[in-house]
Design a protein around this ligand. Structure first.
Ligand SMILES: Cc1cc2nc3c(=O)[nH]c(=O)nc-3n(C[C@H](O)[C@H](O)[C@H](O)COP(=O)(O)OP(=O)(O)OC[C@H]3O[C@@H](n4cnc5c(N)ncnc54)[C@H](O)[C@@H]3O)c2cc1C
Length: 442
């Protein structure tokens, strides 16, 4: 730890501090504030949403795949859906890969919706602030150091929720993690892009397999550079605008900034090639223009903390239930590894597994929680649990747990699980949907 004492320009204090304003962080902050705790969220960009707004436009994980397709996420995440549907900024979309019904939204409107959620909950938001270090007293993380245009800030907090996606706080505090540097390669990265002035009707007139065949054909001419001969393009909430997930590249450690910088450049280069291919080969795209690249390259997986429990592939595919469950998931294992193809492994029809609260508690920590894609899970289990719906539900669980732990005067790992589960259910979270099938907007 660097001695920042001499350069700290401001010290702030809060009860709950959430690092990272992605789907998990926003829900965590809203949940903690809902329970009356003074809550601050710090985010390195000037808007909220993380991957949900700077890369994507579809929530998966709210609905399980299969014939029944029931809804398994509720509570604060429903407020986000309600706000999007009220603005006519979302549509339900059946997923052709079989990941379940997706909620496709306008990512620009979602930025405002996240802000409304947090401001209505009285969360203090600090944008343009990058957490670079932590202050510790033994196993306790008493605060974080962040840097922004105003200087170096110390933010002290009773409980810190690491929702940075990369487990930056956990790593800086010296708690163990897996993922980067582990035995399995982390998932590949994708620069997404959207195109406009598309003839929608023509653009949905061909199958994904046909598009993949055309990709092969284009590559075979030697005139195109399409490293991945698969991927997808889908309708959005805006007529004439289509969104893609085609680019693929791999680096061993997406937190290594030299490698990530090269990946950003390669990602946009690939994106332009896929766009050229689309205009040349796909019906409906002859007048299309590039609308935007994702704000940054999409990172699926980096550090996964080692928690009080680590979710496994067997837990996922075996539809395992836990006494300390805080949410459910029916999403398949979806591993975008670097070789050809994407690995899909499904639970049995209609099945879900539960996520134990312990996966959100870094092992041996006393005042830390995590939420979102840096949870404690093996590579395979993570590939199922990382959908935005589940990241939101993890956020709600972690934020509620932080508030209750402060209220009860206990460490997060000593919190009475019955108290946490009762509060989550009271606030609409869905922990056991077997007996209560509820569907949204039916
Ligand atoms: C290419 C791609 C396609 C995907 N497709 C889908 C899909 O279609 N549907 C779906 O449901 N899921 C999809 N996923 C998975 C899903 O989007 C992510 O797992 C999920 O959004 C992660 O949410 P999060 O809140 O945990 O992390 P993130 O969204 O990564 O948020 C982390 C936040 O923390 C901030 N931050 C990071 N470090 C710091 C720091 N040190 N200080 C301050 N702020 C910091 C970041 O700016 C960011 O806002 C996809 C992922 C990728 C990459």
């Amino acid at each position: 730890m660097v001695d920042y004492k001499t350069i700290i320009t401001e010290t702030l204090k809060t009860e709950v501090l959430v690092v990272g304003g992605g789907s998990a962080g926003c829900n965590a902050a809203a949940a903690a504030a809902l329970e009356g705790k003074k809550t601050m969220l710090v985010e390195r960009y000037g808007f909220l949403g993380g991957t949900s707004t700077y890369i994507l436009d579809t929530f998966y994980g709210f609905y399980i795949p299969g014939k029944e397709g029931r809804k398994v996420v509720g509570g604060i995440p429903d407020k986000v859906l309600d706000k999007l549907f009220a603005r006519k900024a979302a549509i339900l979309r059946p997923n052709t890969y079989g990941a379940g019904t997706g909620v496709t939204y306008d990512p620009e409107i979602l930025k405002v919706v996240w802000e409304e959620l947090l401001t209505e909950s009285n969360v203090d938001i600090l944008f343009h602030s990058f957490v670079v270090d932590v202050v510790t007293e033994g196993p306790k993380v008493t605060g974080v150091i962040l840097v922004n245009k105003s200087g170096f800030f110390l933010v002290e907090a009773d409980i810190i929720i690491d929702a940075s996606g990369d487990a930056d706080v956990v790593a800086k505090a010296g708690f163990p993690f897996d993922g980067i540097g582990g035995k399995e390669a982390v998932q590949s990265l994708t620069t997404t892009f959207r195109v406009m002035h598309v003839d929608n009707e023509a653009a949905i007139s061909f199958t994904k397999q046909q598009m993949w065949d055309w990709m092969k054909e284009a590559n075979a001419t030697g005139n195109y550079y399409l490293p991945r001969e698969e991927g997808s393009v889908h309708i959005t909430t805006i007529p004439g605008v289509m969104a893609t997930n085609m680019v693929r590249l791999a680096i061993p450690d997406p937190t290594n900034i030299a490698d990530l910088s090269k990946a950003e450049i390669e990602g946009r280069k690939q994106a332009l090639e896929y766009f050229r291919f689309m205009k040349d080969y796909l019906p409906g795209y002859d007048k299309a223009e590039l609308m935007n690249f994702s704000t940054q390259i999409g990172v699926r997986e980096t550090r996964r903390v080692i928690g009080e429990y680590t979710l496994t592939k067997e837990d996922v595919l075996g539809a395992r239930k836990f006494d300390d469950a805080v949410l459910e998931c029916g999403a398949p294992i979806e591993d975008h590894h670097n070789a050809a193809g994407t690995k899909w492994e499904y639970l049995e029809e209609g099945a879900v597994y539960q996520l134990p609260y312990r996966t959100l508690i870094p092992k041996d920590s006393t005042n830390l929680l995590v939420a979102g894609r840096c949870l404690s899970a093996t590579h395979d289990a993570h590939a199922s649990m990382r959908s935005i719906g589940q990241c939101m539900a993890m956020g709600q669980a972690a934020g509620t747990a932080a508030a209750l732990a402060i209220q009860e005067g206990v460490e997060p790992k000593k919190l009475d699980i019955n108290l946490l589960q009762a509060k989550l259910i009271e606030n609409g979270a869905m922990i056991n949907t077997h007996s209560s099938f509820v569907n949204y907007h039916e």
